[in-house]
Design a protein around this ligand. Structure first.
Ligand SMILES: Cc1cc2nc3c(=O)[nH]c(=O)nc-3n(C[C@H](O)[C@H](O)[C@H](O)COP(=O)(O)OP(=O)(O)OC[C@H]3O[C@@H](n4cnc5c(N)ncnc54)[C@H](O)[C@@H]3O)c2cc1C
Length: 418
């Protein structure tokens, strides 16, 4: 058994590896470059709204089994809040039409058989026509597998895949889209209950993990950026953090590199990683949500795609947000606020707001970029990879990150047999 495992990166993938290894009695040391754990999944105090907000609204589903097991193991599962049934209210801002998709709570997708529960103005044949996605080849685009038009596409497939792939679905990887359809729509309502960390991503998914690892004797060093690796033969022999700050590894120590694709590629020249990324825009408005507003509202026909109601704020997500990255912030906030007023039947001046644009929110989920993902193993026996960009079979999501973290931890544990 390795004496120590050094985990580079305290994002959700690094922390999930840390939790799993700490639970298995490994001595875990997490090294994080920034001053805060959480990576792309974190909360912070925002002075513009005077609220603690998340860097992005993150939606989990009840079928995200690795994510739920992770939350359970750090004691914060109860912090993932959602309705008891998988119901998704939608509004079309162009037509003003409102409807609710009711996936129920079955393990089978029986909702497609019920006209009152499926998307209005769709029929069973529309759903059957999605079948080619379920077994689509990895090399295909979504528009090579299904027809990207029609009512079902506009009202359900487009919003679902846009959120999951973070790009306009036709250009997306049909293989990744198929994984989403298999694990959500096809898995029945029981797998599709929406869950959000209502008290904040850090409070629910990050801080309890750090505490858990520390309680098991592990450590987290913030502001501790890995700058280089010393290599001898088929092993990593030392971690270089700059200047004289070097950690020499014992023969049975292991390293999990859980950093995003770009830093991973610069630390390990020649490593195959995705090279293109897509943005996500989130905007937050300090306002008390109307009482009848659901916690999550799907919005089509506007700028906004999903509207989240939190106790003191309304927050929106816009995926594939490249086109808004250079737009003046005030103008963007105003345009989003106009959409919110329509969607939530609100009126009034622009309240205190914040716009957060994550330029490299996710790797580009096209077939070409998906083909550049790498598994957890490297040519060095004691170095393993984790991260949402590694070959998880899923797009860049919390579930994918945690699967990758768990998998890298399993590889570390398998080292003793090697
Ligand atoms: C705005 C936004 C909205 C999103 N919405 C959703 C959603 O609704 N549902 C969902 O499931 N997913 C969502 N995601 C995706 C999800 O947040 C990511 O897939 C996940 O957080 C990635 O975790 P990670 O650990 O792989 O990478 P990261 O979170 O990027 O963590 C990597 C860590 O490594 C650190 N690091 C980098 N280089 C070094 C170094 N040299 N030394 C030490 N540390 C280093 C970084 O500082 C960082 O903390 C969203 C992402 C964004 C940005």
């Amino acid at each position: 058994m390795p004496r120590s495992v050094h985990i580079i990166g305290a994002g959700i993938s690094g922390l999930s590896a840390a939790v799993r290894l700490a639970n298995a009695s490994y001595q875990v040391h997490v090294h994080e470059a920034t001053q805060q754990a959480g990576g792309r999944c974190r909360s912070y105090f925002d002075t513009a709204t005077n609220l603690t907000i998340d860097n992005g609204n993150h939606l989990l589903l009840s079928g995200n089994h690795h994510a739920l097991a992770y939350a359970r193991s750090i004691g914060s599962e109860a912090g993932l809040i959602g309705p008891t049934r998988a119901q998704f209210p939608f509004v079309d801002l162009a037509s003003g039409q409102r409807w609710q998709l009711d996936l129920g709570d079955s393990r089978l997708p029986l909702w497609v058989l019920d006209k009152r529960r499926r998307v209005p103005d769709t029929n069973l044949r529309d759903y059957i026509a999605l079948a080619p996605l379920v077994w689509a080849q990895q090399s295909k685009r979504v528009d090579e597998a299904i027809r990207c038009e029609g009512t079902l596409y506009r009202r359900l497939v487009q919003p679902l895949l846009l959120a999951a792939l973070n790009l306009d679905p036709p250009e997306g990887s049909a293989g990744l889209a198929g994984a989403i359809v298999r694990e959500t729509l096809l898995a029945g309502g029981r797998a599709c209950r929406p869950l959000i960390a209502r008290d904040g991503l850090s409070a629910v998914l990050i801080e309890p993990a750090v505490k858990h690892v520390q309680n098991k004797g592990g450590s987290l060093r913030l502001g501790h950026e890995l700058r280089g690796l010393a290599i001898s033969g088929d092993r990593i022999t030392a971690l270089k953090f700059g200047g004289a700050d070097t950690i020499v590894l014992a023969p049975d120590d292991a390293v999990v590199l859980a950093v995003p694709a770009r830093p991973a590629a610069s630390l390990l020249p020649g490593l195959k990683t995705p090279t293109k990324f897509r943005a996500i825009v989130n905007a937050h408005f300090r306002v008390t949500p109307p009482r009848d507003l659901p916690p999550i509202l799907g919005v089509i026909g506007g700028l906004v795609e999903w509207l989240f109601a939190f106790p003191q704020r309304l927050s929106v997500t816009i995926s594939d947000g490249e086109r808004f990255v250079d737009q003046p912030r005030e103008e963007l906030a105003m345009a989003i606020w106009r959409d919110i007023c329509k969607a939530a039947a609100l009126a009034g001046e622009l309240p205190p707001w914040q716009v957060v644009r994550e330029r490299r929110a996710t790797f580009e989920a096209t077939p070409e970029q998906n083909a550049l993902r790498t598994g957890p193993l490297t040519r060095w026996k004691n170095l393993f990879l984790a991260g949402d960009w590694t070959a998880t079979g899923l797009p860049a999501t919390i579930e994918g990150s945690i699967r990758s973290g768990d998998r890298s931890a399993d590889c570390v544990m398998a080292m003793r047999q090697a």
